[in-house]
Write a protein that binds this ligand. Structure first.
Ligand SMILES: *[C@@H]1O[C@H](CO)[C@@H](O)[C@H](O)[C@H]1NC(C)=O
Ligand SMILES: *[C@@H]1O[C@H](CO)[C@@H](O)[C@H](O)[C@H]1NC(C)=O
Length: 223
């Protein structure tokens, strides 16, 4: 250390900051917990980023257990699929832990339509059946594959992704997401459901005519 010149010390500091801090920013996700746990304890008086904590003395193992994903969702709907969530709203013990889960049931031919999770990366495990899954990156390049039982696929945070049941019967998948509240934005409904959006935005945005806009809006407004 004694023979290190002042400028080489600054180079060392710059390298340490670059390799140490930038990857941390790139991996930013839910905030780190400030205590062992903070079981969600919703209050109408306290508003924070997350949920207030249940008093520790009242916390039991039940707060860290959830039956939320035990039952299949009903797939009698236009998607022929159903996402059942286990996020902080359904499972208060997840509060501040930066993790959540879901199960996705598919009837034959069912789809989980293109959508994004603004706050989470998603790791999908196929338990039954065969799913054509994929995501599109910000250069519009597709990364897709047919997943079989036991196989995993990861959808990077914020990118548009989908799953389609291409097997001969129903399919089942479970997902783990690195947020207690990942948020879901459905691509088509986000744009074609709002009543007050100017048609011109959709006509020019999708390069389609007004009749086509009306037709697509009708599909999403009736369900
Ligand atoms: C998903 O399944 C649940 C539980 O069976 C049901 O209450 C819900 O209506 C279903 N959602 C859709 C969109 O079919
Ligand atoms: C089914 O599709 C609609 C419209 O695309 C969407 O809003 C909804 O969240 C989907 N439900 C699923 C995948 O269960």
């Amino acid at each position: 250390m004694g023979i290190m010149s002042r400028s080489s010390m600054w180079v060392t500091v710059a390298v340490l900051v670059t390799v140490g801090v930038l990857p941390m920013l790139a991996m930013a996700s839910d905030a780190d917990p400030l205590q062992d746990f903070c079981v969600a304890y919703p209050s109408d008086k306290v508003v924070i980023n997350g949920q207030p904590c249940k008093p520790s003395a009242e916390v039991t193992y039940k707060d860290f257990w959830s039956p939320a994903l035990t039952k299949p969702g009903i797939t009698k709907n236009p998607n022929l699929s159903n996402v059942t969530q286990a996020f902080v709203a359904q499972f208060p013990g997840l509060n501040t832990l930066g993790i959540g889960a879901a199960r996705i049931d598919f009837a034959k031919g069912g789809i989980n339509p293109p959508h994004t999770h603004p706050r989470a990366t998603e790791l999908l495990l196929v338990v039954k059946g065969e799913l054509y899954v994929g995501f599109v990156d910000t250069t519009n390049k597709l990364f897709a594959v047919i997943l079989r039982e036991g196989e995993l696929f990861v959808f990077p945070r914020g990118l548009v992704h989908f799953q389609l049941n291409v097997g001969n019967g129903p399919a089942l998948a479970f997902a783990a997401l690195n947020s207690q509240n990942p948020g879901t934005q459905q691509i088509a409904p986000a744009l074609f459901t709002p009543e007050d959006i100017k048609d011109e935005v959709l006509e020019k945005g999708f390069r389609i005519d007004g009749k086509t806009v009306d037709f697509i809006q009708e599909q999403f407004r009736k369900t």
